[in-house]
Structures are given as C-alpha cells and as structure tokens.
Design a protein around this ligand. Structure first.
Ligand code: ARG
Length: 469
C-alpha cells in the first residue's frame, strides 16, 4: 500500500505531456481525475465536439475531410460508450480527454486537429451548460407531472372541508383542494425559476478557448446556433470562469426540495394515528420489522430529509466558488458532483411525491369534523359583527374573544351558545348570526379572489390545468 502511493507511471500524459519526462504519481492521478463522474456528460461532450469540428471545417481551419472524419469517428465513440464497450481511464483524467484519445485510436491523425482553437476550459463550460440545460428540461417535466397529481387531488376534493392551520393550530376551514393548489403554485414558481436559470445560462462559452479567445478565425455564431444557444458569451474570461448556472441550478433545487419537504412533512403528520387525515396505499408505505400494526410513511420522510442534501450541495459549491480569482481554477472541477447529485435527488423526490399523491386515500369525514373544532368560525363571527352591527373590526375581535371564552367554559362550540347567552356579551346580536357559524357557510363565504370557497377552488382547478399542464 505504502509503495503504491509513491508509484508513478513511467510515461507522461499523451494529451499534454510534451514538457514532462515522467508520468504522474497515482495519488496525483486519483485526486486529479474527474472521469468517474463527468462521464455523465459524454453525450454533450460529443455533440459539442462535432459542432466545433464542423465549424473548423466550414471556416477552412481544418480540411473538411478531417472534419467529417472527426464527426463520424465521434459517432462511433458514442456508440461504444452507449454499448458499454468503452473503458474509461482515469489516467486520461476526464471524459473530454477519454473521448479524444479514443477518437485518435479510431481515426488516427485527424483526431489531433479537433482541439484547434479550443481549450478544455471552454469545452467543459459548454458541456456542463448543455448538461444542466437538459437537466432543467427533464425536471420541468417531472414538476409538471407532480402538478398534475396535485391538481387531480384538488379536483376530487374541491369541496372536501379540512382545517386550515396557522402555527399548527386550527385557524379557519379550507378545502383539501385549496391546500393542494397552494403546492401547485409553489411548484409553478419552481418551474419558473428553472426556466429563468435556463434562459440565463443559454450563452455559448465555446470559442473562449483557455481564457482569452483564439487567433483562429472561428465562427462563434455557427456553434451558438448549432448548439441551440441564444448568443455567444460576450467575454472570454467570464465564459470560462462562470459557474453561476450551476449555482442557480442548485438554488432552484434547494427551493424546490424545501417545498417538497413541506408537503412531505404534512403527509407525515397527516398519516399519524392522531391526525389520520390520509391513508397511504401499500405501494408507498413500509411496515415495521417488529411492530406488525405499523404502516410508515418512509417515502415522505425521505423526501423531507433529502432537502438537507440539496441545500448542502448549494452551500458546498458556493463555498468552492467564493473568492476564486479569474479565470478557470481546478477547484471548479468540484462543480459537477453536487449538480449531478441534486439532479438525481430532485428527480427521485418528485417521482416519489407524485406517486404518494396518487396512492393516497383521504379521510374526509375526519378532516371535516376537525374543521369544526377549535372555534374555526370565530373570524366569521367577528366579520358578522362588523357587517351587521357596523362595529369596528378591533371591537368585533374583542366581543368574539368574549364569546369564545364563554363557549370554552361551557365546553361547547360557538354555534351551541344560545342567543340569550350571546346577547349578554353583545346586546345587538340577532338570530342571523347562526348563519355564519357553520363551517360550510363560513367556507362558502370566502369568495374573495384566491379564497378557499369551494366554488373558487373548482374554478382554480380549471385555471391551474390551463396555466400549468
Ligand atoms: N476536468 C476538468 C473540469 O472538470 C476539465 C477542465 C480542465 N482544464 C484545465 N485547464 N485543466 O473542470
């Protein structure tokens, strides 16, 4: 083992070893290599290289036969990778050099012309942007599917009454549909953030070369167009040192996973025997190896926990980037693992949350009973005093407080107080007050735009389908 650590290979790198006479220490190779993870960008790397080669050919920087040989050779490399025939070497450091080395084995001399007017610095920035762009598009679809599941529940339960909470205390009645549409909005903003990130990242770094541009007459507009970027990055130094797009991806991810963790947490609470608002089906719950009665919401707990990883990844990359001088530093190779990990985590969490929603049975009787508890219509009583007796709201709040206290002492609901009892607190109260004390009436009256009235919720479900799906 000790010897192993000191061992160096005898030959310097084929790719950049011109000024070296010996190979690398194996520990150096281990710390330097990124191919174990950046192999995930193979398709983006090959695509960008093909575009670069075609541009070099079109500009007469390399012969068009060579450009064609490179493009065809890269197709073969891609096939080999996809078939699993390709053995990646950490001595070749990263996916970029592995692909180029294999291309050289396949097509010989023209392969050596591919890297003309390009550096791995603009190459890696380009590949990584293409990867993040694909990741955002894939996640957008997963987020859309989650919204679809939320809206489906909202449609079925547009009128299912449940308590709405503030401070985890019963506050005012709402419907389960309204609750689900709240999450639909959150995920809608997450999709918006993902698309903002996509828009901002969509500038082409290719052609910035190492950091200062190139003396070759390259055509950056051509590569921009062929790689579906909106425009070439304006400043070559910024182009190779910018990792904002990775940070924005992780920021979007941190907020999304925070949203998912909130819904997951509600599920954990709702699944408890104490709440029993929802029963998870067999497909999305687990049993206990010792307590046969248990049905645990493990998937929800894990979604809740995975937000930790995602937030950690964002913090990690912010700390890597903080204080880095212009332009590229090898530190930046640490940008990929957090992004890949966050992509996998978000995808899995979104799929699991979508699955949970589809596998849930809501106990609407239980929720409705709870909605009537805790003087949930006290605000409606106060509003009645304002409307019917022209009382200032602050005064109405005080009077209502007195009535709640009376009901509490009598251990009954507000609607169970007699008119005479109520009139001892406020003489002007009439029979009409009972019309607002029922949960259903209270709920139906919340017709203000964005409010919880079932009629609003049914309309909001329709709107949400048009806006999001
Ligand atoms: N593997 C490197 C990365 O992921 C590629 C860029 C290397 N550039 C360099 N100048 N050494 O960042």
């Amino acid at each position: 083992m000790a010897n192993d650590k000191l061992k160096s290979s005898d030959e310097p790198s084929l790719m950049w070893g011109g000024r070296f006479s010996r190979g690398q220490n194996s520990v150096m190779e281990a710390i330097n290599a990124s191919v174990d993870f950046d192999k995930r960008m193979y398709a983006q790397d090959i695509r960008a290289s093909q575009v670069h080669a075609r541009m070099l050919g079109a500009q007469g920087i390399i012969k068009s036969e060579d450009a064609n040989a490179i493009v065809d050779g890269l197709n073969l490399v891609k096939k080999e990778i996809e078939k699993g025939d390709f053995s990646l070497s950490s001595a070749l450091e990263d996916i970029h050099m592995n692909v180029e080395a294999r291309l050289a084995e396949l097509i010989g001399e023209p392969a050596g012309r591919l890297h003309t007017g390009r550096s791995r610095n603009d190459q890696v920035a380009t590949d990584f942007k293409l990867w993040v762009r694909d990741a955002l598009d894939a996640l957008d679809e997963n987020m859309r599917e989650l919204q679809c599941a939320l809206i489906d529940v909202a449609e079925v339960h547009a009128e299912s009454v449940m308590p709405g909470f503030t401070h985890m205390q019963s506050a005012q009645p709402v419907t389960l549909g309204h609750h689900m549409l709240a999450y639909t909005e959150m995920i809608g903003r997450d999709r918006g953030r993902a698309m903002d990130c996509r828009k901002r990242l969509n500038e082409n770094p290719l052609g910035a070369a190492a950091l200062a541009g190139t003396s070759f007459p390259i055509d950056r507009d051509m590569t921009t167009k062929e790689l579906d970027f909106d425009r070439p990055a304006v400043n070559s130094m910024d182009a190779v040192s910018d990792r904002d797009f990775a940070l924005e991806f992780l920021s979007f991810g941190a907020i999304l996973s925070t949203h998912l963790s909130r819904l997951a947490e509600e599920y954990v609470i709702w699944c408890s025997q104490q709440f029993a608002y929802v029963a998870l089906g067999d497909a999305f719950s687990t049993g206990s190896s010792i307590m046969p009665q248990k049905r645990n919401p493990d998937a929800a707990e894990l979604i809740r926990a995975k937000a930790g990883r995602v937030i950690g990844a964002l913090n990690g990359l912010l700390i890597v980037m903080k204080g880095l001088p212009m332009t590229y530093g090898k530190d930046m190779q640490e940008d990929k693992e957090p992004v890949f990990e966050v992509f996998d985590t978000l995808k899995l969490s979104l799929l699991a949350m979508t699955g949970i929603l589809g596998d849930s049975t809501f106990n609407i009787e239980r929720m409705a009973t709870d909605a009537g508890r805790g003087f949930a219509t006290a605000t409606d009583l106060a509003d009645w005093l304002v409307r019917s007796l022209a009382m200032p709201f602050r005064e109405a709040h005080k009077v209502t407080g007195g009535l709640v206290k009376m009901a509490e002492e009598k251990n009954c609901g507000l609607e169970n107080l007699s008119l005479e009892e109520m009139q001892t607190v406020e003489a002007g109260i009439t029979d009409d007050i009972y019309s607002v004390l029922s949960v259903d009436n209270a709920l139906a009256s919340r017709k203000s735009y964005g409010g919880a009235a079932p009629h609003n919720v049914s309309q909001a479900v329709k709107d949400a389908r048009l806006r999001f799906l």
